[in-house]
Ligand binder design. Structure first.
Ligand code: PEP
Ligand code: MG
Length: 572
């Protein structure tokens, strides 16, 4: 199967289908004569799940967390309750319908009742009911989970229809071998997170969930975007060899970890890291990053019902600043909205076209209390390190000025309380909207630095939803219009002596390093996993040769001519 590669490397492991069973339930009429058979099918499925859960409980490794066993007990109890083991049989008999449908009907009914419960804890137990029903439905549909609990996570390949950024951020606590999804684009936030996990990943495979079965052996080639299902002996041997070669290559790259990023002509280049959670700084430092160029703070707001308060945010930001020991830490204010939602029930507002709606700075300015809390937290943390503030998705100067006022207000409130912060904290803006790129100089004049968010800049310039696999083939960083906007922004900053960086995925693509260097870029920010490959490019580039070649590419409006010119540039 072929998809869009989002994170390199080769993984060989067993598939674990991330359940979507509830969406696949069909409704059909079962002839009266066959009803006893249908009931039997249902009872057998319930029994299979009971045995599976029982088996899992017995197989729990010594020292497994106590919650795991109580979780299995709860599920066994729910399964045994007549609401799930008997009522669906009544529905099958009364409605002459298939077992899956009857069970789903009953589950919807139960969930509705749970939602009326006042007690939050009990209300949340509906998730357990849903998970148990999903298990039974999976058995009825013929794809029960075969991944035993004691199997090493590191040998598991997650196969999902789609994963939200909120799902993906949870993977950071686990160690899977790879993940693949049917939908999604290469610069969706889910893909970006995959890249930060440094595990091979592929999106837009279209039908992997329908074709791959739980437990099947699969190969994920994240370099080529290829998935091989049930490989034969020779294919397996070939990929094991390629896996070894890839790992050897990664080891070799580690040798330049502490080498200074300087071009052949002696120009120093800053290579900063993008992080999502405070723990990521460890990887950033291990990769030799000289700063954090983008801290995506919105992940602190996901997978929870409440908002993190000022204290919690302050501690998280302070931890990053202290760990980076005086190196710059660029904290981006909340960029929620579009594909980055908090839990659906805590989301502030919904809109019809999320990517063009109340997102990022727009959302913050319409929710001043949330913004004020975050700004105070960032400012307080700035006392403990070299923190900078970065404002996402600016599209006009009025938003910028309002943001600056909000920062000033947060400073005043801290002064009143005698809370220390860095008075001259640097403030930057993200250039992600074409309108802002075209007026970059005006933004740069009122700010200390700019940072190009090329992921969104490409999305908005080419009118391509970065999360939509049906248009992902049109998402092209090399489109002449995109290159023009990037170079225009860099030039505007140089004109008035302001720093500019690129923190979108383009910065971490070694194929584009020379092109960006040629445009005058001296500061890159990327996921730590990409840093050494980019550094190798920097070390092998001579700006005297690269700059004129990049200019030649820029002068070209024919997209087909750009690829060969880029290849030439990379061979210089
Ligand atoms: C970007 O848009 O390029 C960027 C860095 O921000 P994000 O990917 O978080 O939208
Ligand atoms: Mg962005």
């Amino acid at each position: 199967m072929h998809g869009v590669p989002v994170s390199g490397g080769i993984a060989i492991g067993h598939a674990h289908l991330v359940s979507h069973a509830l969406l696949e339930v069909a409704h059909y009429v079962v002839p009266k004569a066959l009803i006893p058979q249908e009931i039997k099918r249902f009872e057998q499925a319930v029994e299979t799940v009971r045995q599976d859960l029982e088996h899992l409980r017995q197989q729990l490794p010594i020292g497994a967390p106590a919650e795991l066993s109580s979780f299995l007990n709860t599920h066994l109890m729910i399964l045994a309750d007549r609401a799930l083991s008997v009522v669906p049989i009544d529905i099958i008999q009364k409605e002459l319908c298939n077992a899956e449908w009857a069970l789903k009907q009953q589950m919807d009914d139960l969930v509705e009742q749970f939602e009326k419960i006042d007690d939050e804890y009990l209300r949340e137990r509906k998730q357990d009911v849903v998970q148990v029903v999903e298990r039974v439905i999976k058995v009825l549909l013929g794809h029960p989970s075969q991944v035993p609990v004691q199997q090493q996570e590191s040998a598991i390949i997650l196969v999902a229809h789609d994963l939200s950024p909120a799902d993906a951020i949870q993977f950071k606590q686990h160690k899977f071998a790879a993940f693949i999804t049917d939908v999604g684009g290469a610069t969706s936030h889910t893909a970006i997170l995959a890249r930060s996990l440094s595990i091979p990943s592929i999106v837009a495979l279209q039908r992997s969930r329908g074709l791959i079965r739980d437990g099947e052996l699969i190969i994920v080639d994240g370099n080529q975007g290829v998935v091989v299902v049930n490989p034969d002996k020779d294919t397996l041997a070939e990929y094991r060899l390629r896996q070894d070669q890839w790992e050897l290559e990664q080891q070799k790259l580690k040798r330049i970890k502490s080498t200074k990023a300087v071009t052949l002509d002696g120009t120093a280049i800053e290579l900063h890291a993008n992080i999502e959670v405070p723990e990521d700084v460890i990887k950033a430092k291990a990769a030799g990053a000289t700063g954090v160029g983008l801290y995506r703070t919105e992940f602190l707001f996901m997978n929870r019902r409440d908002m993190p308060d000022e204290e919690e945010q302050y501690l998280a930001y302070r931890k990053v600043a202290e760990t980076m020991k005086g190196m710059p830490v660029t904290i981006r204010t909340l960029d929620l909205g579009a594909d980055k939602e908090m839990n659906p029930d805590t989301t502030v507002r919904s809109c019809t076209n999320p990517a063009l709606g109340l997102r990022a700075i727009r959302l913050c300015l319409s929710e001043p209390l949330i913004f004020h809390t975050q700004l105070r937290a960032i400012l307080r943390a700035s006392h403990y390190g070299n923190i900078k503030i970065l404002i996402p998705m600016l599209s006009n100067l009025s938003e910028l000025r309002q943001s600056l006022q909000m920062i000033e207000r947060a400073k005043i409130s801290l002064r009143k309380q005698d809370l220390p912060f860095k008075e001259d904290i640097q403030i930057g803006g993200m250039i992600e909207v074409p309108a802002a790129a075209l007026c970059a100089e005006a933004f740069a004049k009122e700010l200390d630095f700019l940072s190009l968010g090329t992921n969104d800049l490409i999305q908005y310039t080419l009118a391509i939803d970065r999360t939509d696999d049906t248009v992902s083939h049109l998402y092209n960083p090399l489109h002449p219009a995109v290159l023009y906007l990037i170079e225009t922004t860099i030039r505007a900053c140089h004109r008035i002596d302001k720093t500019v960086s690129v923190c979108g995925e383009m910065a971490g693509d070694p194929r584009l390093t020379r092109l960006l260097l040629g445009f005058g870029l001296r500061q890159f920010s990327m996921h730590p996993a990409q840093m050494l490959a980019v550094k190798r490019q920097v070390l092998q580039s001579d700006l005297l040769k690269v700059s004129p070649a990049a200019r030649k590419i820029l002068g070209n409006q024919d997209i087909d001519k750009i690829e060969p010119l880029l290849e030439k540039l990379n061979l210089l």
